[in-house]
Design a protein around this ligand. Structure first.
Ligand SMILES: *Cc1c(COP(=O)(O)O)cnc(C)c1O
Ligand SMILES: [Zn+2]
Length: 416
């Protein structure tokens, strides 16, 4: 196992503490796939679900052969999230079969935990004292929790006024030093990266290659649950594009190992007000032009995605597409995911909204078997949910206040 720079190609030892190459490029973890046998891996990974050992129960570390060197593992039993078949939503979107992979079921309520268990374990391995991130909310909640259980100090930088109260409350409650930066996420991340050396901070944004190794396991679980038959499409929201990079890497490795026969296609969905990746895709992969981001889906309110080079290569390799959806489409899709009983935060629902749009445009065909990834829990942004249901949208479901009397309740029930 070693690290390779995706810009200059240099190979580096896996034990280094730098999270980027000296040339400024992104690093990528490389595994020795040659020694691994597909049948043996399938048996080993699924078999570990019956074990009581923490490293086997974790839905990240049970795939450790494709993740990181074992050693001290800072784990909360993350992963092993549900894959829900939703025939009604498949009908609504117009596809043959649809599954929702619900990453909101992780310990702190988002997929970020899959990355943090590996990233914070790496921080321990390299002897870091303070871990840090810039965040649209979920990264800070996750890092704060994993830092607390590992005994590391933690600093988080979040855009002031642009993070849901639920997420901010997690970061502060788990004990992170929380800085509300008067600027957007991109400004906060750029500040953090330029000051990390001076302040001796170990950066755990998705520029950190170890985090992406943990996030790969979302795809390994999906493939495992589908009997190692790839779906036709994987659809996910894109912000900083860490998942896009990680999921693509997982799928390509799975194909190279013979775990699956063919690759699925991938669709990355961004909010219209924060869609630099979609613009780059539509213009034939010219350089990424950063934008000033704005969207109700604050988790993907990012204008200068740091994983752009990796994500672009993934879309090329997987014959993928990128599509933008409006805030209104996101909120309507969220209402349907919520109503199905599964539920998610706004950014997550971009996946379903994007699926619908790509189906309407004929990019995704009728009989397709599709997996939409839900990135965060429904309770991550209660204000957005409450706002929608107190309004007059298609699926609004307003609560009714009544007098505490049988007659009042009878009157209301009669109108159901
Ligand atoms: C972080 C996050 C995203 C964005 O993921 P990227 O890997 O940065 O593209 C999407 N949804 C939720 C809920 C998130 O927390
Ligand atoms: Zn380099």
């Amino acid at each position: 196992m070693n690290l390779k720079c995706v810009r200059c190609g240099r190979t580096l030892d896996a034990s280094i503490s730098a999270v980027r190459c000296a040339c400024g490029g992104l690093l990528e973890v490389r595994h020795d796939l040659g020694e691994l046998d597909a049948d043996e891996l399938r048996r080993l990974w699924t078999g570990r679900r019956a074990s009581l050992a923490p490293e086997d129960r974790s839905g990240v570390w049970r795939f450790r052969e494709l993740v990181a060197p074992p050693g001290e593992m800072v784990t909360r039993g993350e992963g092993n999230t549900g894959l829900y078949p939703v025939p009604e939503l498949a009908g609504w979107a117009g596809v043959g079969e649809l599954f929702l992979k619900h990453e909101g079921e992780n310990p702190t309520g988002s997929f970020k935990d899959r990355g943090m268990t590996v990233g914070v374990s790496a921080a321990k391995r390299v002897g870091a004292r303070v871990v840090a991130c810039a965040s649209t909310g979920n990264t800070s909640a996750s890092l704060a929790s994993y830092a607390a259980i590992s005994g590391l100090a933690c600093v988080v930088l979040v855009p002031a006024g642009k993070v849901s109260g639920a997420k901010l409350s997690q970061a502060t409650a788990y004990g992170a030093r929380t800085l509300l930066v008067r600027g957007n996420f991109d400004a906060a991340l750029s500040l953090l990266q330029s000051m990390a050396d001076e302040l001796e901070l170990y950066v755990l944004n998705s520029v950190n290659p170890w985090r992406l190794e943990g996030q790969k396991t979302v795809m390994l679980e999906v493939l495992e649950m589908l009997g190692w038959r790839a779906p036709d499409w994987v659809v996910l929201p894109g912000g900083n594009l860490g998942n896009t990079a990680a999921f693509g890497k997982a799928l390509e490795e799975a194909r190279d190992l013979g775990l699956i026969e063919r690759l699925p296609r991938m669709a990355v969905v961004q909010a219209e007000g924060a869609a630099p990746f979609v613009r780059a895709f539509e213009s034939g992969w010219t350089d990424l032009r950063p934008v000033l981001p704005e969207t109700v889906a604050t988790a993907i309110r990012i204008g200068n995605p740091v994983n752009y080079p990796k994500a672009r290569d993934v879309l090329r390799a997987l014959d993928g597409v990128a599509v933008a959806v409006s805030d209104r489409e996101i909120l309507e899709a969220k209402a349907l995911v919520d109503r199905s009983g599964v539920g998610c935060e706004p950014a997550s629902a971009a996946s379903l909204a994007g699926l619908k749009k790509l189906r309407e445009r004929g990019v995704i065909s009728e009989g397709s078997r599709v997996v939409c990834v839900l990135t965060g829990h429904i309770l991550k942004d209660p204000d957005a949910t409450t706002w929608y249901h107190s309004g007059c949208f298609e699926h609004s479901n307003q609560p009714v206040e009544v007098e505490a009397s049988e007659q009042a309740i009878r009157t209301v029930m009669g109108r159901l």
